[in-house]
Design a protein around this ligand. Structure first.
Ligand SMILES: [Fe+2]
Length: 319
């Protein structure tokens, strides 16, 4: 899977290298190779990064090492001094990749030259959005259900946003969050995502990590913090029995509670690997029954009203 992603990102205007868990360089794209801040050496492959850029000593506060410990995306500033004395300020973002047994397989290090601060801000956002696009495509390939599901949740969330009179900017926010709400599943093994039967407790614990993983990816985009929060909290329940944090009521962002209702409605009305699609009336009755425990009362009421009055029509039912 990781090699798929490296290939997909090949043409992105962003430099990156990929390291194995022993700090050996196993991939480097042309953009990085040709950039001014690239490591200067004739042959990098299979060499340890710190042998090339730090005289054989592990870097102080090494971001790759930090990623290996936290198993999540990290971000840091790094100053590169080339042998000719030229200095470049770079921003480094890492992404961990896991094998099918959820063991760390490699770490991607995206290196952005931020010598020109303004150029950096816009290029970081653009490239990161492109990167998110690539990750989304990869997730769609990995899990077809998630692709349909994300489109449906976006569709339902828009009606809710209109019902609650959201501004254009807030509508945009919830649409992006709804489209990307399960992006963290890119880090979940196929054996769990595609499993036809019930998940074991351990497997469910792994699946429960996807909101946080998704939020980590999205939060690296400037101005996307609210969107990251919607993704982070979309499996919380108002009575505090949700995950990952067990937040209650008002502590859960309103937009995350909207995505939660849209998410559950679509999960019920579409076929899953472990069961067929449920009846729409039944799905609405479940939303109503769980208002005040799983769902926010106002949002659940609004959603039921919109479906019962055929404003919301589940047009993407997969059988
Ligand atoms: Fe989810």
């Amino acid at each position: 899977m990781a090699m798929d992603l490296y290939a997909q990102m090949m043409n992105l205007p962003v430099g990156y290298i990929v390291l194995d868990t022993q700090f050996n360089i196993i991939y480097m794209n042309d953009y990085f190779r040709q950039s001014k801040s690239a490591y200067r050496a004739n042959n990098f492959m299979a060499k340890k990064c710190y042998n090339i850029c730090n005289g054989g000593f592990r870097c102080h506060e090494c971001i790759v090492e930090k990623t290996m410990k936290s198993l999540s995306s990290e971000r840091a500033s790094r100053r590169v001094v080339q042998p000719d004395g030229c200095t470049f300020n770079t921003e480094v973002i890492t992404l961990p990749f896991f094998d099918s047994k959820h063991r760390l397989q490699s770490v991607m290090e995206i290196v952005i030259d931020k010598t020109e601060e303004e150029e950096f801000q816009s290029s970081l956002e653009k490239t990161y959005l492109l990167l998110i696009g690539s990750i989304t495509k990869l997730l769609e390939k990995k899990d077809k259900y998630t692709a349909y599901h994300s489109a449906n949740v976006k569709h339902y969330s828009l009606y809710l946003a209109k019902y609650f009179n959201f501004s254009e900017a807030d509508q945009k926010k919830i649409l992006i969050a709804a489209s990307l709400h399960d992006i963290g599943k890119v880090a979940i093994p196929d054996s769990i995502l595609q499993k036809p039967g019930n998940l074991t407790d351990d497997e469910f614990e792994v699946l429960k990590k996807h909101p946080v993983r998704g939020a980590e990816i999205i939060s690296k985009v400037k101005h996307f913090n609210d969107i990251a929060d919607i993704i982070r909290y979309h499996h919380e329940k108002v009575d505090g029995t949700g995950y990952p944090y067990g937040l209650k009521g008002e502590d859960i962002p309103f937009m995350a509670k909207m995505v939660a209702v849209a998410d559950s409605f679509d999960a019920m009305t579409t076929s899953r690997v472990y069961r067929g699609a449920l009846d729409i009336n039944y799905a609405v009755s479940e939303i109503k029954r769980n208002a005040g425990t799983q769902f926010d009362k106002d949002i659940a009421g609004a959603f039921a009203y919109l479906v019962e009055n055929e404003v919301i029509q589940p047009i993407y039912i997969q059988n």
